[in-house]
Ligand binder design. Sequence first.
Ligand code: RFL
Ligand code: PHB
Length: 389
Amino acid sequence: MRTQVAIIGGGPSGLLLSQLLNRAGIATVVLERRDRAHVLSRIRAGVLEWGTVEMLRKAGVGARMDREGHVHQGCLLSSEGRMFRIDFHEACARQVMVYGQTEVTHDLYDAQDALGATILHGVGDVALHDLTSDAPFVTYTRDGAAARLDCDYIVGCDGFHGISRRSIPAEVRQEFEKVYPFGWLGILSQTPPAAEELIYAAHSRGFALASMRSPTLSRYYIQVPLSDRIEDWSDAAFWAELKSRLPEAVAQGIVTGPSIEKSIAPLRSFVSEPMRWGRLFLCGDAAHIVPPTGAKGLNLAVSDVHYLYEGLAAFYAKGDAEGLETYSQKALARVWKAMRFSWSMTTMLHHFPDFSAFDRRMQATELDLLESSPSARRVLAENYTGLPF
Ligand code: RFL
Ligand code: PHB
């Protein structure tokens, strides 16, 4: 088989890139390890930056998001019972869209089906070859048979555990990593959200986040030690712990119910440089991971796709390779800013077991600064709603 752009991984970055390229008349094949039902069962991101919203519209997949998503013009921060609001509109005249990653992925699959795009599920043993030649190819197995896909370019959209990043020689790759000493235990529940906007709560017992998907579907997270297991947390224990970390007035209004989904995710910051090696490009979690505190992971995947799409479109339309040449540099400049923001939000809001009394005062002072300074709120709001692409 032959195509123009081979895309490894059918998560949001692979599907969005494929959708944009197909609409520009550029042929793609997406190779995805899992089946579609599995990809669609993952509950992950919930907050879209405005640049992401505009990209989804441009890709022709914005209609349901515009109907069913919820625009938020602020969020709430709380610390030991005190709560204040960051008004995004007042701070920087921007906003975000609350619309789940699961729904974004669903919309992308529907749009790809409508275009007749090629998405092969259940592929195994994916290996990338001749990346620095002008004839790269991918080998894989499917239904027990070996297969080969020849192409002009390969894009690794296969997430943190994928094979694409590791296909770049170790001596070329530089990796930067910070692993945090805790994880997030998240639940989804068919209950009305705690408030109209998201609440990020710092507390001496640990961080908590009250988020949502719709007026009847809530998403909550609490910081837990990495040693905790899902079986340790009954729904009742989760609700009690969540309420203990939120301001009293919010806790009293929480409507509890059975969890539909419950999972623990570790927190890490990770960047692999460069994001291009010969004819291989990396997009999204394949190249970088942020802790979820800043809601940046999916949004960064979308800005990578933006830069790469522009580069590929200019190359195929006019033979102009400039955008491809500068892809890694442009994408990484934005990645590092989102790394900084996610790390600073994580550091300000979580309970770190090894923090000294001094470190804890610094955390409290950061929050005081946000509460009292419009300039500090503006910096947070600009980063949260999304830096320009
Ligand atoms: P994905 O979604 O991991 O998709 C990669 C795909 O590649 C497939 N794959 C392979 N296919 C073929 N061959 C192989 N060898 C393969 N290896 C893997 C996988 O099956 C999968 O389908 O990466 P992508 O597309 O780059 O998308 C990234 C986002 O999913 C991720 O950044 C976000 O979910 C992060 N994230 C959040 N981001 C936000 O912007 N806002 C949020 O509010 C937010 N909240 C979150 C999050 C992530 C979380 N977890 C669990 C990691 C909350 C949580 C709890
Ligand atoms: C979510 O709703 O899943 C969510 C929202 C905001 C975050 C992280 C996750 O910062």
